[in-house]
Design a protein around this ligand. Structure first.
Ligand SMILES: [Zn+2]
Length: 57
């Protein structure tokens, strides 16, 4: 009794992980960097991770 092992074919499915975008939400954009750069939303302020601009809420 010899079991044949499947050899050769190995399909390694790449793991897909969705990256969390953190505090960044689609909403306010940085007035300095332009519309493409969104401001990160914090408790009391919105800040830009690119240029450091922030504004109080
Ligand atoms: Zn900016």
């Amino acid at each position: 009794m010899a079991e044949k092992k499947d050899s050769g074919k190995k399909s390694a499915a790449p793991k897909k992980e969705k990256k969390k975008r953190g505090p960044y939400k689609a909403g306010k954009s940085c007035p300095k960097c332009g519309a493409g750069v969104k401001l990160a939303e914090h408790k009391n302020r919105n800040s830009c991770g690119k240029c450091g601009y922030f504004e109080k809420k």
